[in-house]
Design a protein around this ligand. Structure first.
Ligand SMILES: *[C@@H]1O[C@H](CO)[C@@H](O)[C@H](O)[C@H]1NC(C)=O
Ligand SMILES: *[C@@H]1O[C@H](CO)[C@@H](O)[C@H](O)[C@H]1NC(C)=O
Ligand SMILES: *[C@@H]1O[C@H](CO)[C@@H](O)[C@H](O)[C@H]1NC(C)=O
Ligand SMILES: *[C@@H]1O[C@H](CO)[C@@H](O)[C@H](O)[C@H]1NC(C)=O
Ligand SMILES: *[C@@H]1O[C@H](CO)[C@@H](O)[C@H](O)[C@H]1NC(C)=O
Length: 262
């Protein structure tokens, strides 16, 4: 009864098998994954997930970013099915409005909402079904079909973490449990100057272990006009299509350099 659905994360070795299958079986056609433009503001669903402190996530953002508020974004809005995508590095101000899936739903009052905002940076992908989310729940929205809660965007925020402890989420004693798990939020794109990690060099940019071929994490993408390309498009357009064996080796090297690919 307590909705605790979280986006599944897959160990790099697990995803490698899928990548290899995709490489061999499906000829890569230059198909655009980024089919879902992100509005300036709107409503979305939100859950939280465990991202280990110091871990590398899908964008390849500096591991120092994990000490500040970060989130995974649902795949179509994230804009790539592989590695980094156009949403990487973007910052959003999220404000909790009400629970999703509680009985009855709990609508926060104005004062409670004032305490329930956080600016997150997108550092990870929340994978779409069918490969990663067989329940077709949170992160499988497409441009024409919303997720199970009726939203086109889903944020999976990294919590508990030093930046977003579980105590960030309001508790209502009358429900008899502490973690509602899923919420409906207002989101607004904001400049990353408003992100808590801004000004901390160790939290910004691409991780030192990666190159722009394997990740992308602009410090302030909308202001810098430095939006990431979709890695899956680059992969489809490149030699990966012609030389699956070489591609497998590249992907193996890439996968091994990541703690998680989500
Ligand atoms: C993918 O998107 C890019 C940038 O919007 C566009 O130039 C390109 O034509 C698109 N490719 C396909 C196959 O739709
Ligand atoms: C985030 O949004 C809330 C609600 O609109 C607002 O009160 C708060 O000032 C915003 N925070 C930032 C850093 O923009
Ligand atoms: C707790 O939830 C109930 C049911 O949604 C609501 O009526 C009540 O106002 C909430 N309590 C607080 C302190 O917000
Ligand atoms: C808002 O946060 C402050 C500081 O943590 C706390 O004292 C206050 O009780 C909170 N207000 C609500 C309505 O939760
Ligand atoms: C940057 O963030 C890290 C991790 O929270 C912290 O240890 C370090 O002191 C911060 N550096 C500055 C200059 O704030």
């Amino acid at each position: 009864m307590v909705p605790q659905r979280r986006c599944q994360r897959v160990r790099a070795t697990g995803i490698l098998v899928l990548l290899l299958t995709a490489t061999f079986v499906t000829p890569a056609v230059g198909k655009n994954i980024s089919t879902l433009p992100i509005p300036q503001q709107g409503k979305a669903s939100l859950t939280h997930y465990d991202l280990t402190l110091g871990a590398l996530a899908s964008c390849g953002c500096s591991t120092g970013s994990t000490y500040f508020p970060t989130a995974a974004l649902s795949q179509a809005a994230y804009g790539s099915s592989l590695a980094s995508g156009p949403a990487c590095g973007q910052c959003f101000n999220l404000t909790l409005l009400q629970t999703y899936g509680a009985t009855p739903e709990w609508l926060l009052n104005d004062e409670q909402r004032r305490n329930a905002s956080v600016v997150v940076k997108i550092t990870d992908k929340c994978p779409a079904p069918p490969l990663y989310d067989p329940d077709k729940t949170w992160c499988g929205a497409t441009a024409s079909k919303p997720n199970k809660a009726g939203f086109f965007l889903h944020f999976d925020v990294s919590s508990p973490s030093p930046a977003i402890p579980l105590s960030f989420f309001p508790v209502n004693a009358s429900y008899g449990y502490n973690d509602f798990g899923s919420w409906i939020v207002d989101f607004e794109q904001v400049p990353c100057e408003r992100w808590a990690g801004w000004g901390n060099q160790s939290a910004l940019g691409l991780d030192a272990s990666l190159t722009t071929q394997s990740g992308c994490c602009p410090a302030n993408p909308l202001s810098d006009n430095s939006v990431c390309p979709a890695f899956s498009l680059k992969a489809a357009a490149s030699h990966l299509r012609i030389a699956p064996t070489a591609a497998a080796l590249v992907l193996l090297a890439f996968a091994n350099s990541l703690v998680f690919i989500a």
